[in-house]
Ligand binder design. Structure first.
Ligand SMILES: [Zn+2]
Ligand SMILES: [Zn+2]
Length: 278
C-alpha cells in the first residue's frame, strides 16, 4: 500500500528517530555501562517534553519551513535566472562542493546562533537551553521562533546556488552531528576539538552558569569559534545545564515564554519613572 507523501514523511521521521534512540542508547551503554540506564531514566521527563515539542514542530513549523525554502528555490531556478555560484560548484567538483556546503551552512548557523544569544532573542532560544538533562534528543527542543535560524541556513545555501544534493547532504551532516554533540557522552575529540565541535564543547555551551555560556556556537566546525573568540574547550563539562530564568511548564509555557518575557520587559519600561531635567 502506497502511503500519501505527507504521511510517508512522518513515518520516515518516526523510524529515523527510533533508530537514533536505539543507536544512542547502545552507544551510551558501551561508554557508560549500567549508568546509561540510570541516566536515561533521569532524563525521561525532559525527553517527554522534547518529544511534545518535536511532534508539534513536525506538524507545523517543519512544513512551513519546507514551503518557504521551496519558494526561494523556485525563484532561484526560474527560467532565465542566473546565479554565479553554480559555475563555481561545477568547477570545484563534488567533494569540494559538499565541504563548502557544510562549511557555509555552519558559518551561517554560527552567526544566527549568536544572534539568538542576544538579549532580545534569548527568550525564545532559552527553551532549547532549558533542558537540565541533556541527551541527543535535546537538539529538537526548539521554540518555533528559533527555527528561523534553520530557514536562514537553508536560504543562504540556496542563494549561493549550491546544488540540491549538496544542500540536502549539508543539512543532514549538521543534523546528525547536532544530535551527536547534544548526546550525554563525556567526550572531547582531543586535538580535533580545534577543528570540530565535540559533545563536551556543546555541553559547555549549555552550562547554566556564566562560565560556560556564550561559547562554542557552531555545530560542526569549532574553527568559527576559534576565529571569532568564542572557543572554549577545557575538557569534559562538569557544570549543570539549564537556564537561570523560570519557564512555565508544558508546551504552552514553552511557546509563550518569549512573548511573556518581551511583554514584561515592555511593561517594565513603561512604568519606569520619567526622568525630568533638573
Ligand atoms: Zn545556544
Ligand atoms: Zn544545543
Amino acid at each position: 500500500m502506497q502511503l500519501p507523501p505527507g504521511l510517508a514523511a512522518y513515518v520516515h521521521q518516526a523510524v529515523e528517530m527510533s533508530l537514533l534512540a536505539v543507536g544512542f542508547f547502545l552507544l551510551a551503554l558501551l561508554v557508560k555501562g549500567a549508568r546509561a540506564v540510570a541516566d536515561g531514566r533521569a532524563a525521561a521527563a525532559e525527553t517527554k517534553r522534547n518529544l511534545v515539542l518535536y511532534v508539534m514542530d513536525s506538524l507545523t513549523v517543519g512544513p512551513a519551513l519546507a514551503m518557504a525554502s521551496s519558494a526561494v528555490y523556485t525563484i532561484m531556478h526560474a527560467p532565465g535566472a542566473v546565479y554565479a555560484g553554480a559555475v563555481v560548484w561545477d568547477k570545484i567538483g563534488p567533494v569540494g562542493t559538499l565541504f563548502a556546503a557544510v562549511f557555509v551552512c555552519d558559518f551561517l548557523g554560527y552567526w544566527n546562533h549568536r544572534l539568538f544569544h542576544t538579549s532580545v532573542l534569548w527568550p525564545s532560544h532559552a527553551i532549547h537551553h532549558s533542558d537540565t538533562r541533556m541527551t541527543w534528543f535535546t537538539l529538537v527542543r526548539m521554540h518555533p521562533f528559533d527555527r528561523l535560524g534553520t530557514l536562514i541556513d537553508l536560504i543562504g545555501m540556496i542563494l549561493l546556488g549550491l546544488p540540491d544534493w549538496a544542500v540536502v547532504t549539508a543539512v543532514l551532516v549538521r543534523h546528525y552531528w547536532g544530535h551527536l554533540i547534544h548526546a550525554d557522552l563525556p567526550w572531547t575529540l582531543g586535538k580535533l576539538d580545534w577543528i570540530f565541535i565535540s559533545p563536551a564543547m556543546h555541553r559547555w555551551h549549555h552550562a547554566r552558569e556564566y562560565r560556560g555560556s556564550g561559547v562554542n556556537f557552531a555545530t560542526v566546525f569549532s574553527v568559527f569559534d576559534r576565529a571569532f573568540g568564542t572557543f572554549y574547550a577545557p575538557g569534559v563539562c562538569d557544570q549543570p545545564t539549564g537556564v537561570q530564568e523560570e519557564i512555565a511548564p508544558g508546551l504552552t509555557g514553552a511557546y509563550l515564554h518569549p512573548v511573556r518575557t518581551w511583554a514584561a520587559r515592555l511593561k517594565d519600561r513603561a512604568v519606569q519613572p520619567a526622568v525630568t531635567a533638573p
